[in-house]
Design a protein around this ligand. Sequence first.
Ligand code: CA
Ligand code: CA
Ligand code: CA
Length: 370
Amino acid sequence: MKDNTLYQYDPSLGDRSNGIGVHLFAGATDDGLIRRGVIAFNLASIPAGSTITSATLHMNMSRTSSGTARTVTLYKLLADWGEGTSNASNEEGRGAPATPNDATWRHRFFSSSFWATQGGNFSTTPSASTAVGGVGAYSWSSPQLTADVQSWLNTPASNFGWAIVGTEGTSTTAKRFDTRESGNPPVLAITYTPPAGSGAPQPVSAVSRKAHGSSGTYDIDLLSAPALTECRSGGAGQNHQVIVTFARSVSVAGVSVTSRDGMASATRTVSGNVVVIDLAAVANNQTATITLNNVNDGVGAGDVVIPLRVLAGDTNGNGSVTASDIGQVKSQSGQPVAAANFRADLNANGGSINATDVSMAKATAGTQLP
Ligand SMILES: [Ca+2]
Ligand SMILES: [Ca+2]
Ligand SMILES: [Ca+2]
């Protein structure tokens, strides 16, 4: 977001602004000079095609000469403007000399780009008004304010935010609000409905993960084509762990797993955009199918299905255990476990690949996925 103040131009003071100050102003000073705030928010986090159902601007008013309630109105700005590095001193009511790209009374971007009308180009239709009296928190909302946000979502290039216009016909009406640079920044609260029919979020990645002792943690990509098998032992508990990552934070209603003997079980832990699935009793030599139920990322929702092909000893990942796999393990025997050979560490114990791993490959020789 960005915010700034347009200080009515006074030739004796020059062009004033307050790009990084902690306050913005709306209304008229004790001398009758006008101040107008300008504020704009980035809407990139709202999915395109959403329907905005409400929008409310919250701002904190931190100083006023008079506690008399004055109407402060938002108007949709019709041209882009800037926020430089000007930083007014003291109570900030007089602004500071404008710096490059600052919005001023005369400029959209100091010093060469001007408003068509001094004081800013904004719609003549008020978006929302609120009576602002003493120090405190205030908010603005209306159907027009909601429509403004919808229009910006539909056409992001038109999002120049609002002018914040106080009572200007009378002196000593100015209200001072806190900016984004303050500890109490403006907040635009938006509710929206995502576009319908977006379907289930697609995973960015899905991997089968195991810790190989002191050698580190290694992942097998479950979404590659053709998909590789999980060739490492799940131990006595036949445990595996699958990590599914999405582009956005998700909620997940549940997880289930189907296995050929019906014994496999799964639990899931969701943290932001990452879902960790812990599996138990996954018998060897099968494709277990993991289903995340009703995955919802705020854009779409639906079930996400991840197949986990389990074949112990299949170091080359092709779905059968043959002399090639045994040969691979033998060729790595004595080598430390690393990214290039971790599939040969069949018991996933780390250190160096050894005779135990070779024996495991031999023990499953001849098996292949159904
Ligand atoms: Ca600012
Ligand atoms: Ca193989
Ligand atoms: Ca090993």
